[in-house]
Design a protein around this ligand. Structure first.
Ligand code: UD1
Length: 423
């Protein structure tokens, strides 16, 4: 079993280069199934969700060639199966994008129920509503989602809930449908826009991504032979911005899109830190204790739930009392138990938590309860006095490439160690 061991008490400083967005990559890779040709995808993060996505594409008959860790060539001309390997799809949440992509490509899909972070109930009713509206039959049997359609016909779909997953999945299923699909009340996250840009580059006709309504004029085929570079990861960039605040550090975050982080930038300024915005980089620095602040997580452009645990670390060390209201997931606060083991003072009740700032955190053995919780615990370990060890780091590896190298270059004393299982 691998774990991260951190000797804390470090003020981070220096530069970090942000990779491609995990949540865009895990949508774009299955989208290559819709392309009757060859796509070169660059700026991919080399993380386990991406590696598994590529493995699944191979098992479906695609030819996958890695040019480097961050660039892959996918030839989907000879897709031979619509049945996905359940042992692989169960490893991450976004495997459900294979339903939309395979429905679009083969008019049929069999996909195991998705795995991924345990953030509470993660229903897929809006995905299914969208597929059915397009003409598919969908049932869930023996842990598998089976979808099939004689034909897919464009229609008007209103999502009852703003959902990234449902927006992307319905978009994937309707690109090759007959006629026009209009999806209302859609998610506006940068990865939704990035997927639409990728599909349009391959010949799709999608308009309105980034607004509340997406209109998709179905096309007969998508032709590849085109290269596409994945958008920078907004959440990775935000993680390092918050690491600068929590450690009273000075970090220049390069290769990011500052507009995607407007909401976090405003919050960081409210917390008393300094932010300097450049064309494709952001510098965050401070030498004072953060001010307390209240946060409510919301769909984009609101405060991202995926940065909630990381800002929770900074608020644990603030000079007052802060309240976080979680607007998306039921079980996003599992990390607060771990932070309390390190000396934080957090009271969690359901979807809210009260953070009373403390002067110091202290190193402790803690567990990464999910991906973003793991990132938050790394920041906590770096700022804490003494040694922190973090277990269950496979969660972190699902979403961050070389995270310990990046933090080490900023001055952190962090090592990955292999621990023999005692039992
Ligand atoms: C995506 C992100 C995840 C992020 C989340 C919210 C990926 C791979 N993952 O997850 O990191 O935390 O967006 O920004 O991009 N819901 C329903 N019915 C549905 C679908 C969703 O009720 O059919 C609810 C969910 O329970 C949740 C909310 O809608 O409360 C938002 O979920 P959604 O945006 O779909 O999250 P994911 O796409 O799973």
């Amino acid at each position: 079993m691998e774990k991260l061991v951190i000797k804390g008490g470090t003020r981070l400083s220096g530069e970090v280069v942000i990779g491609g967005a995990k949540n865009a990559a895990v949508a774009i890779l299955p989208a290559t199934l819709l392309v009757d040709g060859i796509c070169t995808i660059s700026n991919l993060p080399y993380i386990s969700d991406v590696k598994i996505s590529c493995k699944i594409l191979e098992e479906l008959g695609a030819k996958v060639t890695w040019n480097s860790n961050n660039e892959v060539v996918i030839d989907s001309r000879n897709i031979s199966s619509f049945k996905t390997p359940i042992d692989l799809t169960s490893k991450f949440r976004a495997s459900y994008y294979l339903i939309g992509a395979l429905l679009g490509r083969c008019r049929a899909a069999v996909v195991g129920l998705p795995g991924g972070c345990n953030l509470g109930a993660r229903p897929v009713d809006q995905h299914i509503k969208g597929f059915e509206a397009l003409g598919a039959n969908v049932d869930i049997l023996e842990g598998k989602i089976n979808a099939s359609a004689k034909k897919l016909v464009g229609t008007h779909i209103y999502l009852d809930k703003v959902s990234v997953g449902a927006t992307i999945n319905v978009m994937l299923a309707s690109v090759l449908a007959e006629g026009t699909t209009i999806i209302e009340n859609v998610a506006k996250e940068p990865h939704v826009v990035d997927l639409a840009n990728f599909l349009n580059t391959m010949g799709a006709d999608i308009r309105g991504a980034g607004t509340d309504t997406i209109k998709i004029n179905g096309v007969e085929k998508l032709s590849g032979n085109t290269a596409y570079s994945v958008v920078p990861d907004q959440i990775e960039a935000g993680t390092f911005m918050l690491a600068a605040v929590a450690t009273k550090g000075d970090i220049l975050i390069k290769n990011c899109i500052p507009e995607h982080l407007d909401c976090l930038t405003a919050k960081i300024i409210e917390m008393g830190a300094n932010v300097e915005i450049h064309d494709d980089s952001i510098r965050v620095w401070t030498d004072t204790t953060p001010n307390s602040a209240n946060i409510t997580t919301m769909p984009y452009p609101g405060f991202p739930t995926d940065l909630q645990p990381q800002i929770g670390v900074a608020l644990s060390l603030s000079n007052g009392t802060s309240i976080i209201n979680e607007g998306i997931w039921e079980s996003r606060f599992q990390y607060t138990n771990e932070l309390n083991k390190m000396g934080a003072n957090i009271i969690n009740q359901g979807k809210s938590a009260v953070f009373t700032g403390v002067d110091k955190l202290y190193g402790a053995p803690v567990e990464a309860t999910d991906l973003r919780a793991g990132a938050a615990l790394i920041i906590a370990g770096i700022v804490a006095n003494g040694e922190t060890s973090i277990t269950n780091i496979y969660h972190i590896d699902r979403g961050y490439e070389n995270i310990e190298d990046k933090f080490r270059k900023l001055g952190a004393n962090i090592q990955r160690v292999i621990e023999e299982d005692i039992f």
